[in-house]
Design a protein around this ligand. Structure first.
Ligand code: DGP
Length: 208
């Protein structure tokens, strides 16, 4: 059996990643594709609880400490992720290590240092980047509640994401109608799944 694909959603805050990643998993499952939704940070674990306290500005942590907690939160999921991928389940992940680099580098931390703790994580097969200007994101409900939801920060985060894009990324205009976005992403995901079925590749590429 071919392994599952690792599909990642990235984007600035309030770009619609959670809505679109959920819809993609529903559509894939509906079409008989084994697919599972994951979200980082996973606030349900002990590490995730610490991250949540920081994001909600209830606790303070140094930039380095919170960076490492975000990475640890991904690592604690990695064994299960590999097992799922190897058993043929496609994983759709709402944020991944790109967010780790983008948010910390936006605070002027050394990008090389920021990449290091995630070295060895499985690299995604496809990344969908939901692109929205922070001025538009700021108009969406809930913006401003957490520590990073500030205009200047989001502008820098967006620039950091841009610097990491390669051919595995697709940039999707997040200002479009949600159904339109879903249709575009589903078509791209199906294309990737078909290519993979025709020529399955093992989990090879790792985060460097
Ligand atoms: P979300 O639950 O997707 O809204 O993410 C919560 C916030 O945490 C959001 O502002 C993005 C930020 N974030 C997500 N992953 C990381 C990470 O790995 N490192 C840092 N520094 N911030 C992250």
């Amino acid at each position: 059996m071919a392994r599952g694909l690792l599909i990642v959603f990235e984007g600035c805050d309030r770009s619609g990643k959670t809505t679109q990643s959920t819809r993609l998993v529903q559509a894939l499952n509906g079409a008989g594709v084994a697919a599972k939704l994951l979200k980082f940070p996973d606030r349900t674990t002990a590490i995730g609880t610490m991250i949540d306290g920081y994001l909600q500005q209830k606790t303070r942590l140094s930039d380095q400490a919170i960076h490492l907690l975000f990475s640890a939160n991904r690592w604690e999921a990695m064994d299960q992720m590999r097992a799922d991928l190897e058993s043929g389940t496609t994983l759709v992940v709402d944020r991944y290590a790109f967010s780790g680099v983008a948010f910390s580098a936006a605070k002027k931390m050394d990008p090389r240092w920021c990449r290091a703790p995630d070295v060895g994580l499985a690299m995604p097969d496809r990344v969908f980047f939901l692109d929205i200007h922070p001025d538009d994101a700021a108009k969406r409900a809930g913006f401003g509640g957490e520590i990073y939801e500030r205009r200047e920060m989001q502008i820098e985060v967006r620039a950091q994401f841009s610097s990491m894009m390669d051919k595995s990324w697709s940039v999707v205009d997040a200002l479009q109608d949600a159904d339109e976005i879903h249709g575009q992403i589903l078509a791209l995901a199906n294309e990737a799944l078909e290519r993979h079925r025709a020529d399955p590749a093992p989990i090879g590429r790792l985060w460097t």
